[in-house]
Ligand binder design. Structure first.
Ligand code: F6P
Length: 357
């Protein structure tokens, strides 16, 4: 049997660990298993490129960050647009057949799963594995890469806190997560910040500033604020991401952090700084939890292939690895529940979400 593996969308720690687990399971359980890597995600499949992945290629991969297959964002909305020689989708289906694949593993986030569902509908045998530091894939309690990113971001908060405290400042730290605030919420709680701003809970500028002024009046000398990349003012919550940048006071800015720091500095009189963590959140070696999770998810996905169960994606529910049908999860996101236990816990210990006094 011939198996293809691709990694698509933004990378994260653990992609190589999943590739390794898939490869090892197949090598151990399928006679003469042929495994090929498809470079740069769906872009490679559109071009019809693949190369053999041998057991030697998989050696030493477990702790290695990034993806040996390379990755790329290939927007879902362009998959079915008619171009010269058909659509991208039709080219991928043709190349899947030309390569003689019996199964294609797609390691990726929400967008990757949408395209995987399309490929499956077109008759390709597809199995997804849920990846993203954003943890926003519907139907799985956790995605691989998320826990490593929580460790990295928490460590960054800890480091930034010491300088913030030394200087008696207010510090805003911008964390990745455009649609969902999981990474900001978990690392913010883990680091013990005083305010968390996430897309699921639009914040009010007056509430934010009043809360900070109340802290200053109470003698608190510094404040750490975790700001998700997709955090929104209540006034702009109705806008879509693209519209938001142009509706912002700081015209064209995609995130609110810089402008917010400026306003906070003016309205509190306290020295205020901001720090954008950026791509360090996606890089580096996976933590032990992710290595284990990736090994479980990859091995399970390969087992599904051996059993001939296609059109699905691996998932974590409770402490078990299971699967979801691609049409059931494609195009859906998993958001932080503003009324859920984690937010309630944070509010209970005094963390503000900038929405109420
Ligand atoms: O992969 C998810 C993510 O890290 C988001 O949190 C972030 O908004 C985005 O990727 C950044 O993507 P890019 O690598 O395309 O700049």
């Amino acid at each position: 049997m011939k198996f293809g593996i691709l990694t698509s969308g933004g990378d994260c720690a653990g992609l190589n660990a999943v590739i390794r687990a898939i490869g090892l399971y197949l090598a151990n359980n399928v006679k003469n298993a042929e495994i090929v890597g498809i470079p740069e995600g769906y872009a490679g499949l559109i071009r019809g490129e693949s190369y053999p992945l041998t057991k030697a290629d998989l050696e030493g991969l477990l702790p290695v960050g990034g993806t040996i297959l390379k990755t790329r964002r290939t927007p879902f909305k362009r998959m079915t647009v008619l171009e010269e020689g058909g659509t991208r989708l039709s080219r991928m289906v043709a190349n899947y057949k030309k390569m003689g694949l019996d199964c294609l593993f797609t390691l990726g986030g929400a967008g990757t799963h949408k395209t995987a569902a399309l490929l499956s509908m077109e008759g390709c045998n597809v199995i997804g594995v849920p990846k993203t530091i954003d943890n926003d894939i519907f139907g799985t309690d956790v995605t691989f890469g998320f826990r490593t990113a929580v460790e990295v971001v928490t460590d960054a908060f800890d480091r930034i806190e010491t300088t913030t405290r030394s200087h008696s400042r207010i510090m805003l730290v911008e964390v990745m997560g455009n649609k969902a605030g999981w990474l900001t919420l978990h690392s913010g709680i883990a680091a013990g910040v005083q305010m968390i701003l996430i897309p699921e809970i639009p914040f009010n500028l007056d509430v934010v500033c009043d809360t900070l002024n109340a802290r200053i009046a109470a003698g608190e000398t510094y404040t750490m604020i975790a700001v998700a990349e997709g955090a929104v003012l209540d006034a702009e919550a109705r806008f879509k991401k693209e519209e938001r940048a142009f509706a912002r006071p700081a015209f064209g800015e995609t995130t609110v952090t810089r402008h917010l720091a400026e306003v906070i500095g003016e309205r509190t009189g306290q020295e205020t700084r901001y720090s954008v963590l950026g791509y360090l959140q996606r890089g580096g070696t996976p933590c032990a939890y992710d290595r284990l999770l990736c090994t479980r998810l990859g091995g399970y996905a390969a087992k599904l292939a051996v059993e001939g169960r296609f059109g699905v994606t691996a998932a974590v529910v409770g402490n078990e690895i299971t699967f979801n049908a691609l049409p059931d999860i494609a195009g859906k996101y998993k958001f932080v529940d503003p009324m859920g236990g984690e937010v309630a816990c944070a509010r209970g210990i005094g963390i503000s979400f900038g929405d109420r006094r």
